[in-house]
Design a protein around this ligand. Structure first.
Ligand code: GCO
Length: 453
């Protein structure tokens, strides 16, 4: 086998390491309008024409709500010891605030209990993009009331589940949902413009810190993190304008949400965007409230981004040079495959003095699976994981204190505006019949994670 396989097992790496699979409520649960659940912004967005490829909707998805026992058993059978999933806020509080849906709480109790009985450590994501639709009507993430609504929701979750669950992730990819949902109108709720983006960023950054404080106060021995999307940003050439363009993109993609947690506010480099953000949000008043000492930082990496100077793009003055244009390898999502950039971005985050521990809370790939003699062949995905895990081990060897690695994702699911055709699972789902079939990548993980005797 591979040398790193030996190394991982010989170092006792596996025993004290969270090997997980990750998923999210809106992408997996289904049961979108039953058992007392309120609608989310995605439930509304998916009904609008032309928003999601092929008109797909996530209303049933992989039906995790009814099939969680089976899916958790599969996660266990593949050798994982950790399960990351998110709470649906509108399942717990159908109107976002006020009334609590007991049935929703009971569902999550069942999932958590099943994890614990199987020996899967539960990691809860408090917010994975499915804001209650009623709150969006009041402005959603652009509203200064978000801090109050979110605090109440986090308090309910901590009080209800804190005795059982120790591992908490406050937000999933704040840059992702604020930029796609409130700047570019490519995700729910479909808003655009800086007038929406600036307050959404600030409210998300405040909720990120406040959520941490609430869990710290209410949950004994909590292990608290938050998850950032990240990508190594590589200048297309060493011309100064390309290097500066890359630095600006790096601020937005990688630095905007982590640096305020250190207590010194938003990054304050020479970049007009940051000045405007600061002024719009009167951010200097909030440095203390944006700060929180996270136990771990969750990193979610899929690809690097190569950028060059482009004067016609407002403010950023940069654009991406895609993998296909540079003859670099890429997945069926068009995302560049670059294990060295995975190593580099881990080290970039590790180089912050204040980062104590890192968990890779998502990594994975979409490749079109082929069925050959009844076997689900996904060689591309297997090769991807081998290379990325090798890079992870290199980062660990260089001193990065990495405590876990979670695959995105266990079963095929609803990939936001891409619908169901972008399949990231280790397990294939036939969305007509709900039949699960383990892909070769799933078997590969099982062999990788199950120490040989
Ligand atoms: C994300 C996501 C997942 C995606 C995955 C693949 O945070 O973007 O958490 O929901 O499905 O990244 O694109």
């Amino acid at each position: 086998m591979y040398d790193y396989f030996q190394e991982i097992h010989s170092e006792n790496f596996s025993k004290n390491f969270f090997w997980g699979v990750a998923m999210a409520a809106a992408q997996n649960e289904g049961a979108h309008n039953i058992y007392g659940k309120g609608l989310s912004i995605w439930d509304e967005y998916a009904t609008k024409r032309g928003k999601i490829k092929h008109g797909h909707k996530h209303f049933v998805s992989s039906d995790f709500y009814h099939r969680y026992k089976n899916d958790l058993l599969l996660a266990k059978a593949l050798g994982f010891n950790t399960f990351r999933f998110s709470f649906s806020w509108p399942r717990i509080m159908p109107e976002g605030t006020g009334k609590i849906n007991r049935e929703g709480l009971l569902f999550y109790h069942r999932v958590i209990d099943e994890c614990l009985s199987l020996g899967l450590a539960p990691f809860i994501t408090l917010y994975h993009w499915d804001l209650p639709a009623t709150l969006e009507k009041e402005g959603g993430w652009t509203s200064h009331l978000m801090l109050r609504w979110f605090s109440r929701y986090v308090t309910v979750c901590a009080e209800e589940f804190g005795a059982k669950v120790k591992n908490w992730i406050i937000l999933n990819e704040p840059f992702g949902f604020t930029s796609l949902g409130y700047l570019l109108a490519r995700h729910a709720p479909g808003k655009r413009g800086l007038g929406n983006f600036f307050p959404a960023v600030h409210n998300a950054a405040l909720c990120q810190a406040e959520g941490g404080r609430i869990i710290r106060k209410l949950v004994d021995n909590a292990y608290i993190g938050t998850s950032f999307s990240c990508s190594q940003i590589i200048p297309f050439s060493d011309r100064p304008e390309d290097v500066l363009a890359a630095a600006r993109v790096d601020i937005l993609f990688n630095r905007l949400f982590i640096e305020p947690t250190f207590g010194d506010g938003y990054p304050r480099d020479d970049f007009i965007f940051l000045e405007k953000l600061e002024i719009h949000n009167r951010a200097w008043k909030y440095r203390e409230r944006l700060k929180f000492d996270f136990d771990f930082v969750g990193l979610q990496n899929y690809f690097p981004v190569v950028v060059k100077y482009n004067p016609i793009i407002p403010m950023l003055k940069a654009s991406q040079v895609k993998a296909i244009k540079r003859n670099a390898p890429f997945t069926d999502m068009g995302w560049e495959i670059s294990p060295s950039s995975f190593f580099n971005i881990i080290m970039q985050f590790w180089n912050y003095d204040k980062v104590k521990e890192i968990i890779i809370t998502e990594n994975g790939a979409f490749f079109k699976d082929r069925i050959v003699n009844g076997e689900l062949k996904d060689d591309g995905r297997v090769a991807y994981f081998k290379q990325y895990l090798n890079a992870l081990l290199q980062a660990k060897k260089q001193g990065a204190n990495i405590k876990g690695y979670f695959v995105w994702t266990l079963t095929d699911n609803f990939e936001w505006s891409e619908g169901y055709q972008a399949r990231f699972g280790l397990i294939h789902v036939d969305f007509e019949t709900q039949l699960r079939t383990i892909k070769n990548s799933g078997y590969w993980f099982r062999d990788f994670l199950t120490p040989r005797t």
